[in-house]
Design a protein around this ligand. Structure first.
Ligand SMILES: [Cu+2]
Length: 91
């Protein structure tokens, strides 16, 4: 890709707070990255339902970044708290 295309790549922020992903629905483009920040006192993960990506353990106050270099699984959960659900939508 050209440098023009690269300049449009963004890092998106998802806050994990109150055992919820905020925002629960996020629009991203291929090549973007997403950083999850855990504001809770308990650990969480952001894990694709289809297993295609996983932040792994995110301890309290920690953050993890995932680069989406393809249209990977968009629905995700926390493996410790499967009722925590969210979705990435690819533009
Ligand atoms: Cu959790």
């Amino acid at each position: 890709m050209t440098s023009n295309a690269d300049s449009s790549i963004k890092d998106h922020l998802v806050e994990i707070s109150g055992a919820a992903f905020l925002p629960a629905k996020l629009l991203i483009k291929v090549g973007d990255s997403v950083t999850w920040i855990n504001k809770d006192i308990v650990p969480h993960t952001a894990t694709a339902v289809d297993g295609s990506w996983d932040t792994g353990f995110i301890g309290s106050g920690e953050e993890r970044r995932v680069v989406f270099d393809g249209e990977k699984g968009s629905a995700y959960i926390c493996t410790y708290h499967p009722s925590m659900t969210a979705v990435l939508e690819f533009d």
